[in-house]
Design a binder for this molecule. Structure first.
Ligand SMILES: [Zn+2]
Length: 196
């Protein structure tokens, strides 16, 4: 790893940011004004684009970012964030936003294992973890079809036992990471008739 650290640059930017004093301070609090939780991918192209394309500004929504915008574990960290947003922070609507050309659609176990070794992870360590029962293929949670993946996450969230009886709509959308165009896959206000 010979990549120079970003830390000095970030701290320099921070000093400049504070010195210019253009940020007004806490204009909002931790309660999402639009009562909305968005679950989307960590893709770099979505940084800033997703908010602009959805008309979301600071204070409007909780945004949970996970690779592939996938929620696969009912009691994992992504679902934990959603449940905290709903039950502790007054969120009343959930949007799952996948995107075209997502890296999680292509990720391959063998390629991933080779990349780990190229990055210095010892082969023995990888074998030990596998022998301990970790299925790396399953762990990667790659998906073949973006729309199916979004539908699957919508279902898992909508049917979560800790959301039962709340009536909170769970929508599924797909965004184009180049243009920001949105497509509705599941309209949670009328969940029985998916748009696609
Ligand atoms: Zn992605």
């Amino acid at each position: 790893m010979d990549q120079a650290s970003n830390l000095p640059q970030v701290l320099q930017a921070n000093r400049h940011f504070l010195a210019t004093g253009t940020h007004a301070g806490a204009a909002t609090d931790s309660i999402p004004e639009r009562r909305l939780v968005i679950v989307t991918c960590m893709d770099t192209r979505l940084v800033g684009l997703l908010e602009d394309a959805m008309g979301i500004t600071q204070g409007d929504a909780k945004i949970v970012k996970v690779a592939g915008a996938q929620v696969r574990h009912p009691f994992g960290s992504a679902m934990h964030s959603i449940l905290i947003a709903v039950h502790m922070l007054q969120a009343r609507e959930i949007m799952i936003v996948g995107h075209h050309d997502c890296g999680m659609r292509k990720v391959d176990k063998d390629v991933f294992v080779k990349a780990m070794m190229d990055n210095g992870v010892p082969a023995d360590t990888i074998r030990t973890v596998e022998h301990a029962g970790v299925d790396i293929g399953r762990f990667l949670e790659r998906f073949d079809n973006l729309y199916d993946s979004v539908r699957s996450t919508v279902s898992l969230v909508r049917e979560h036992p800790f959301l039962s009886g709340t009536g909170i709509p769970v929508h599924g959308l797909v965004i184009d990471p180049l243009t920001g165009a949105l497509e509705v896959v599941v309209d949670g206000t009328n969940a029985s008739t998916p748009a696609i």
